[in-house]
Every structure is written in C-alpha cells, then in structure tokens.
Design a protein. Structure first.
Length: 606
C-alpha cells in the first residue's frame, strides 16, 4: 500500500507532483521521495527521506537545487521489505544512476533475482525488494527504456505498479502495472500517473486505467500503451531460480515458511490499532461490514485451511461461516442473498471446481472474494476483491508453505472483519502481536527437523496411520493425513478426536499408530482422554504438544514439541511437523516427493 506519482508537464511539475502525493499519503507515510530529470545538467536529481512528506518538502527547501525539470516521479511508502530508513525510501536506482523508479507492490522472487544480479556485479544499497527492479532494468537497458522495462518485468513474480525514468533516455516516463492500481490522468500535454483517481481530480477528470501487463510510455511527442505477448525464453532456469541447493522443492518450501509467512503479512498489520490493512479489500470494505454470512469454497489442502478459518472467523469476527468443498458447491442450489459473501481459496488460482463455484456465486449477484497465491490467475480475475498470499512460487505438488500462508491470511481477514464488528482494541492488538511473532516460532519448529527425521525412520514400515485433533487442530489432522497419503502413499485417516469412538477406534492395535495433535489449548483435557483410550488398546502414539508439557511423555511413545501461541494460530505451527514427517517418510519409502504419482499441482479440470 504505497502511493506513486509520475508527472510530465510544465515547469511547476514538482509542486503539482507533491500535491498529488499528499493526496496519496493515506496509502503510506513511513517515508517519501522524488526524482526528476534536469535537462540543463543532464542528470537526475533524487531526494528521499524517512518520515512524512512534509519532511521531504523541508529537505527540498534546504537543498537549494533548481527544481524545474521533466519528467518527475514521487513516492510515499508503507514499509514492507526493509526498515524505515532514508536508504530504503523510494525512488530506487541502479549502479550507474541511470534508472530511477518508484514501486507499489511486492516482488516475490526478489531474493533469487538479487543473488543472480550480485553475481553479475551489481551493487545494492537498500534492503528493499524494489531495488531489484532498477538493476534488472539496468541489465537490459540498451538505450530504450520501455524495452528494458518490458524485458525486466518478464522475470518478475509478484505485484507491481511502477513509474520509471532514465538519464540516458530522458524524455519519457514508463509506467506498468500488475495487480496494483495505476492510472494516467490527461490534461492537454500534461500527464499525471497515480495510484488513485481521487488524487488527481483537482488537475483532470480524464483518465486511462492501465490493465494488468500493460506498459505505458509517456513523452512530449506521444503517448502509447504496450501489451506485449510475444514469447521469449526466460533467462533463469527453474533450478537456478527456485530450488536453492535443497534436494527437493518440497523440503525447500517447508523450510521457506518463516520467510513466506513474513511476506504474507508484510505491510498488513497495524499494531497500534490492532487492525489488518488489506489493500485488496479496501474497495469492498463497506460491503464487508454489512455481510451476515460467509461461504468459503475450496478444494484439497485449501479446504482444510478454510476449515481452520471458520473457527477463527466465527470466534473472533462473529460471522457465521460455511465451508463447502467447491466440487460439491457447484452442483448444489445454494441459498445466497445480498447479505452473503463467497470466498474462494486456491493456491494456483486456477482450480477448476473453485473457479466454477465463484462463477455460480457471481451469477447470483453476491459479493465474491479470493485468497490466491498466483497473481493474475483466473480466480484472481473472476473475484470482485481479494488478498494475494505473496508466499512465492510453490513448485512441489503437495502444498506446504501455501497452506500456512492461507492460514495467516485468514487470521488477517479475521482481524480485518473482527475490528469492523465486536472485536475490542485489546484483542485486536493481541492477535496482531502474535501474528507478528509467528515466523520466529516457525523457525523454532523447523530446528527440530532432525528429530522428526528420526521418527520417520522409526515408523517407516507402518502402512496405516490415524491423525486426531480437536477444534482448530481438527483440520490439521485432516491435512496431516492428506500429506502422508500424497507423499508416502501410506493409508492415513484424519479425524476429529471426538469422533474416534464412533468407528475409527475399531482399527486401533499395535500396528496402527496414531498422531495426536494435543497442544495446551481449550480442548487439551479432551485430547488426553482420547490418548488414554488409544493406550488402553495398545496403539502406538506420537503426540504433538506445547513446549514445556512434560506430563504428556507418560502417555505417548514419542513427543514433538511446538512453541506456545494463540490457540487460533496454533495450526500454523502444528502442521509443520506433519509436513516434515510426510516428507521424510516419503523419502525413506522411495517415493518421488516433489511429483507424487497420479497428482498434479493445479487441478484445472473437473
């Protein structure tokens, strides 16, 4: 949620640009900056500062520089990658100080791109993801700015709205967007690029909204829009860009979860007010305030995330939630009305059944929302509003980091909707603080991966497993069983622990181990009762418990510990040992963990 401005016009461009920028300060106010081309000195003047726009104006007055120049770009920042410092403020530039740009969005694969660029000799001066763009454009620049921008953006994964200027191709602004708002205001021979139409109303009412993948080129002589679709060969191989030294994508993606969770929440928490800032929902904020019922549609792992979300949303946002398998929803005659919203969850954004469910809901005229990881995907385009995961590409067929990211987004959505309703400031702040800490807690869980590998060795010859959980961890039991089935081809059942006596307990003997998810939460005592019932029948038992609970060792054959967090966030921690357990068992049983038999990453057919 940053504000960007580009201006090409008369000699008052700095004053006009700053005025437009002030109207965008609601989008971010951690830092501000500007850059413009000075035709007399043939250079680009850049000034930026941590703090609000008034501090930038003060620096401008103190600099005693000639401020007349075209073109110019401006930025006000909501910090995501990197702390609030002068160096991390926009605009960002390349090694030669030829390319200057401002950016709203998140570059999900910036680490891989940055590593490659550093090897090629590029030197970085900030902690931001945005700076990668300036160096990428520099890499492809051969005198034509829009051509360099076009080639650079083909390597980028994520979201962006950008304005770019160049010292060596000076008389133009190049603007581009993908899933971040960007428009161009026209006023005779003046052009104003901005993130929001409200910001440019004092100057013009004639605008052009850029669509995804469009690149606008603005100069005194002409204005045109490129939408290039000619295929080119990507310079980076998948191995170079993604696996990063790990033996399998699945392991890499499990280990990436501290970072993917950080990216999913980046810039979306307001600790002071205990709120979530979800830019993709701003346009429907008031409609969401009025909804009285939410239906979540999803398939597979995303369906399990939705089940956890139901607990979160009903307990804290006080909204009745129904969770439907998308493949069943499309063949029902759902009761939908103006007070109902339908939320689709999909990692790929291309899941055929989930997409069909959204189309059905749209036909009924209800508000449709999405939580997807792939920018520009079908579900992202079909839904009226939504939230991107920003978890980065997930190559392994069995979803891992996308699942925990979905859980975190659902927690943010709970905060967003809950604070609109009955959730108090104190509760909102507490949830926000715990979300902020979750990445560090995940790191702590991952440090025990060697213990889980040894457990896999111990249990590798068993052909059946039962996974049990209650309340928030009932869906985690379903997900743990699914992962074991997908990756190791072991038969596994996931059950709500309270249902065990209604049938599954008949399976329990010394050859049918149980994985019991029993953190110290509101249903812990109930889980203990179920564990004792398994012990009585000589069933082997692995318990997943909260760190510090030594008593559980008396009842379980093996114990895996996770740190303490809010009950609603526990599934983010409790699922990770189950992912690792499935991974190591799959390896030990000679399975292809990245490409399990009969499965595909994106299910685009019914």
């Amino acid at each position: 949620m940053c504000g960007i401005v580009g201006f090409f016009g008369n000699n008052n461009n700095i004053e006009i640009g700053l005025d437009v920028l002030k109207r965008l300060e609601y989008r971010g106010y951690d830092s501000a900056g500007l850059a413009f081309f000075n035709s007399e000195k043939k250079e680009i003047f850049c000034l930026k500062t941590a703090g609000r726009i008034n501090l930038l104006e003060k620096k401008l007055k103190e600099s005693k520089f000639d401020f007349n120049g075209n073109p110019s770009i401006f930025h006000t920042r909501w910090a995501t990658h990197g702390e609030v410092t002068d160096e991390n403020a926009h605009p960002h530039f390349d090694c030669q100080k030829n390319i200057f740009l401002v950016h709203n969005g998140i570059i999900e694969n910036y680490r891989e791109l940055k590593e490659k660029l550093i090897k090629e000799g590029h030197q970085f001066s900030s902690e931001t993801d945005t700076e990668v763009l300036s160096h990428l454009i520099e890499k492809f620049f051969q005198g034509n700015l829009e051509e360099a921008v076009r080639k650079a953006l083909r390597l980028v994964k994520g979201t962006y709205a950008i304005c770019v200027i160049s010292r060596q191709d000076p008389q133009k602004i190049v603007a581009a967007r993908l899933s971040s708002p960007l428009l161009i205001g026209l006023n005779g021979k003046e052009y104003i690029v901005a993130s929001d139409p409200a910001a440019i109303v004092p100057f013009t009412r004639k605008i052009i909204n850029l669509d995804d993948y469009e690149i606008a080129v603005i100069s005194p002589e002409k204005f045109f829009i490129l939408k290039e679709k000619i295929p080119e060969e990507i310079e980076f191989t998948l191995e170079e860009a993604e696996r990063g030294g790990y033996s399998h994508f699945m392991l890499k993606e499990i280990m990436e979860q501290p970072e993917s969770l950080e990216n999913s929440r980046r810039g979306r928490l307001i600790l002071e007010t205990g709120q979530a800032k979800l830019g993709g929902l701003e346009s429907v904020k008031e409609k969401l305030r009025r909804i009285k019922r939410l239906i979540i549609v999803a398939c597979g792992t995303a369906y399990h995330a939705a089940l956890v979300g139901k607990y979160m949303l009903e307990e804290y946002a006080r909204i009745p939630v129904e969770v439907e398998v998308a493949s069943e929803f499309r063949y029902k005659k759902p009761i939908l009305d103006k007070n109902t919203a339908v939320l689709a969850i999909s990692q790929s954004g291309e899941t055929a059944d989930t997409s069909a469910a959204i189309k059905e809901a749209k036909e009924k005229g209800v508000l449709t929302l999405g939580i997807v990881n792939v920018v520009g995907s079908s579900i992202a385009r079909e839904t009226i509003a939504g939230v991107y995961n920003h978890a980065g590409p997930e190559i392994g067929v069995a979803s891992t980091k996308a699942f925990t990211s979905q859980l975190e987004i659902l927690a943010l959505l709970t905060l967003f909707l809950g604070r609109q309703r009955e959730m108090s400031l104190v509760i909102g702040q507490r949830i926000a603080r715990e979300i902020l800490k979750i990445s560090d807690l995940v790191k702590e869980v991952l440090e025990n991966s060697s213990q889980i590998e040894k457990l896999a060795e111990k249990y590798k010859n068993y052909n059946n497993f039962l996974f049990l959980g209650r309340k928030y961890n009932f869906p985690v039991a379903l997900e743990g069983a699914l992962k074991l089935k997908e990756i190791s081809y072991i038969h596994a059942e996931g059950y709500g622990a309270g249902e065990m006596k209604h049938g599954p307990i008949a399976l329990i003997d010394e050859n049918f181990p149980t994985f019991a998810i029993c953190p110290s939460d509101s249903v812990y005592d109930k889980m203990l009762s179920n564990i004792e019932e398994i012990r009585t029948r000589k069933g082997k038992l692995i318990a997943l418990a909260t760190k510090g609970n030594k008593k559980i060792q008396e009842s379980a054959d093996d114990v895996i510990y996770i740190p303490k967090t809010l009950e609603m966030l526990t599934p983010i921690l409790s699922v990770i040992p189950l992912q690792l357990f499935a991974y190591y068992l799959g390896l030990l049983r000679g399975c292809d963990v990245d490409k399990p038999r009969n499965l595909a990453k994106s299910v685009t057919v019914e």
